[in-house]
Design a binder for this molecule. Structure first.
Ligand SMILES: Cc1cc2nc3c(=O)[nH]c(=O)nc-3n(C[C@H](O)[C@H](O)[C@H](O)COP(=O)(O)OP(=O)(O)OC[C@H]3O[C@@H](n4cnc5c(N)ncnc54)[C@H](O)[C@@H]3O)c2cc1C
Ligand SMILES: NC(=O)c1ccc[n+]([C@@H]2O[C@H](COP(=O)([O-])OP(=O)(O)OC[C@H]3O[C@@H](n4cnc5c(N)ncnc54)[C@H](OP(=O)(O)O)[C@@H]3O)[C@@H](O)[C@H]2O)c1
Length: 437
């Protein structure tokens, strides 16, 4: 029998995991990657980036960190090397088409109306339908050509924190174009080589907008480049991520209610006592995050599928088990819910998906899946408040337990009553379907 072909979009951690677990079940994966290397966000970051998750939590269940990496929070190049070794160890590279950007995917064989009338995922409750395939349109960046591939299943691993920057909206003619200095997104700063990045901010007045990890890391790099002479200002609207004790030294932190507009000399801020007096600056770095939701939506040719994504006002979208959309056939999304260790969560999802595609278990009806999704949303709202969709999966162990139960695995991964009670759960606990040793 011909192997089912699985189109995987993206060769970051999620795409590599998807490829590895699809191979483990005898499928034929083809990975499209726009960049020329594996690793996604880890290919290039700002100089100071380290893993912010303990390395024991951010590791592949069957490929532990090498003993040569001794830091608990390895540096970017160590994370990158680790991901590359994983791809080489499991011989994944030969399945990846580098420098190929997927510009659109279209489900062929059935009309949107027929798909909407389904009561079971894919119409039959099976992972593959006999009627439909996905058409994947791929641009080859190197030779400027376009090719169409037909695949039986698509796994979107396009990444939530790269490619499409979130740029705040400004009134007409009051955006960055009105400013005489330079405005860039954190993504552009991260793309510069380390020396160019340091030179870019050296001796300049810099405003960083945002108050999460990228903003504070960049502000720290600015303060290192300039010391107290040209203090970097951090503009933020929501205080979070760090406690007061960890605020970068020497950084004036300005709480803004709204980044209103640009003027020639700098930024005008609502909520400041003098909102007509600009905060003067030479450079503005917008560390305002990414629009992963938009990237995901735009990859669909079908307006109906695009609208499913738009249906949620939040930064990510409802998916059953955070993996499949009940009304989008033969497709899964990996890497769009945040957790304390995104690597581990992506791995658990890929294992669940591999078992689903292999027929180990079936999905309930579309109605039942939608009810479960509502319940999960309520649960996240209760535990994480208004930022619930931005928050980490509230209870990762609880999430893993659900996936284990679906797959028929024992969710209790430790050996012995006391180990279960007192030992922390780690990715290595999930190395095989049976309990850890
Ligand atoms: C600087 C930084 C540090 C982080 N640190 C941590 C951390 O310490 N702990 C943690 O848990 N998480 C961290 N994260 C979150 C991180 O995003 C995940 O841990 C993980 O690396 C994401 O992997 P991914 O494969 O899902 O996505 P990505 O790494 O974003 O990979 C997506 C890939 O898809 C490709 N792609 C996208 N669209 C297309 C297309 N249309 N066609 C072809 N290819 C496409 C991209 O080129 C990219 O290579 C960090 C994120 C950033 C940005
Ligand atoms: N390992 C590491 O060291 C490291 C380094 C960098 C990034 N990361 C990870 O990468 C991911 C992305 O991080 P990120 O910091 O780039 O993005 P982010 O977490 O999405 O943060 C975006 C920031 O911009 C603010 N913002 C968005 N729109 C704004 C607007 N219109 N006006 C003013 N402020 C606005 C947000 O404020 P609100 O909170 O009010 O929305 C938030 O403070 C995260 O998972 C992060 O943990 C990790």
């Amino acid at each position: 029998m011909e192997k089912k072909q699985i189109g995987i979009i993206g060769a970051g951690i999620s795409g590599l995991l998807a490829c590895k677990y699809m191979l483990s079940k005898g499928f034929d994966p083809i990975v499209f990657e726009a960049k020329s290397d594996v690793g996604g966000v880890w290919i290039k970051t700002i100089a100071s980036t380290k893993l912010q998750t303990l390395k024991t939590m951010y590791q592949f269940s069957d490929f532990p960190w090498p003993s040569s990496v001794t830091e608990n929070f390895p540096a970017q190049h160590e994370v990158f090397d680790y991901i590359q070794s994983y791809a080489q160890h499991f011989d994944l590279i030969k399945h990846i088409r580098f420098n190929t950007k997927v510009v659109g995917i279209e489900y062929e064989g059935l009309s949107d109306e027929e798909i909407q009338s389904y009561s079971l995922w894919n119409g039959n409750g099976q992972p593959f339908s006999f009627k439909g395939k996905w058409k994947v349109v791929v641009d080859n960046i190197e030779n400027n050509s376009t090719k169409v591939h037909k695949v039986d299943f698509v796994i979107l691993c396009v990444g939530r924190f790269c490619d499409v920057p979130n740029i705040p909206e400004f009134p007409p003619k009051k955006g960055p174009e009105a400013f005489h200095g330079k405005v860039i997104h954190s993504m552009d700063y991260a793309a510069m080589d380390y020396e160019s990045a340091a030179n870019f901010v050296k001796g300049k007045q810099v405003i960083v907008v945002g108050f999460r990890k990228s903003a504070l890391d960049i502000a720290m790099e600015c303060s290192e480049a300039n010391g107290l002479k040209n203090q970097c200002t951090v503009l933020y609207r929501t205080e979070q991520w760090i406690g007061q004790a960890n605020l970068p030294w020497g950084l004036p932190l300005t709480c803004l209610i709204c980044l209103n507009s640009f003027c020639e000399e700098g930024i005008l801020v609502d909520g400041e006592p003098t909102s007509t007096t600009p905060l003067k600056t030479d450079v503005v770095i917008l560390a305002t995050g990414f629009r992963g939701d938009q990237k995901l939506r735009d990859i669909f040719v079908s307006q109906v599928f695009q609208d499913y994504k738009q249906g949620s006002s939040d930064e990510t979208f409802p998916l059953y088990r955070e993996i499949v959309h009940p009304r989008i056939p033969q497709l899964a999304v990996i890497g769009f819910s945040e957790s304390f260790s995104n690597l581990h969560t992506s791995e658990m999802k890929c294992r669940w998906l591999a078992e689903l595609l292999d027929g180990t278990f079936k999905l309930p009806s579309i109605k039942e899946m939608e009810n479960v999704m509502v319940e999960w949303d309520e649960h996240l709202k209760r535990s994480s408040g208004e930022h619930y969709r931005r928050s980490c999966i509230a209870l990762p162990i609880w999430y893993n337990d659900q996936l284990c139960k679906d797959m028929g695995w024992n969710p209790k991964r430790k050996k012995g009553f006391f180990a279960e009670l007192f030992e922390p759960y780690e990715p290595l606990d999930y190395v095989s379907p049976s309990r850890s040793n």
